[in-house]
Design a protein around this ligand. Sequence first.
Ligand code: PNS
Length: 169
Amino acid sequence: MRIAICPGSFDPVTKGHLNIIERSAKLFDVVIALVLVNPNKRPVFTAEERVDFLRRACAGIPNVKVDSYFGLLADYARTVGACTIIKGLRAVTDFEYEFQQALTNKKLNSELETMFVITDSNYMYLSSSMVRQVAQFGGDVTDFLPECICQDIVARLPRLENKKQEETL
Ligand code: PNS
């Protein structure tokens, strides 16, 4: 059985992520969408919330499982017997960082390959941080988030208020 992992912060999962997961599920027997810790980011949603959003978004894809892990992706992959990491690539700007991660993971687990899937052109510009920002300023994010979790995500995001301006008015 060929197991692949789609890892990420998923803060929160977007339609861009879901597109990569759906396409990966056609290539592998099992795909694990894995919520990991990115030490360079401070997540807005808890790991539990991010897992819950992912589970609901992936509910219609039978061979996708959702999990979370505190530690190295290379170790998790070894534990579950995964052969491949799948990463979505949006633009050349993603490449250098992804290349560095792929080589690090290969060094840590030589059995593990990294596969890059080019993002659907509809989602080239999409990122979780951009979606959060639009939602927090009250913009419409329905085109960016999986339909079944969109309202819940928006409701849980703290709205940004212009306190300073209110004070001076
Ligand atoms: O969605 P992100 O934040 O770009 O995903 C990055 C992530 C979470 C996949 C990466 O930070 C990660 O693999 N974290 C787990 C720790 C690890 O294995 N680090 C070594 C490889 S860089």
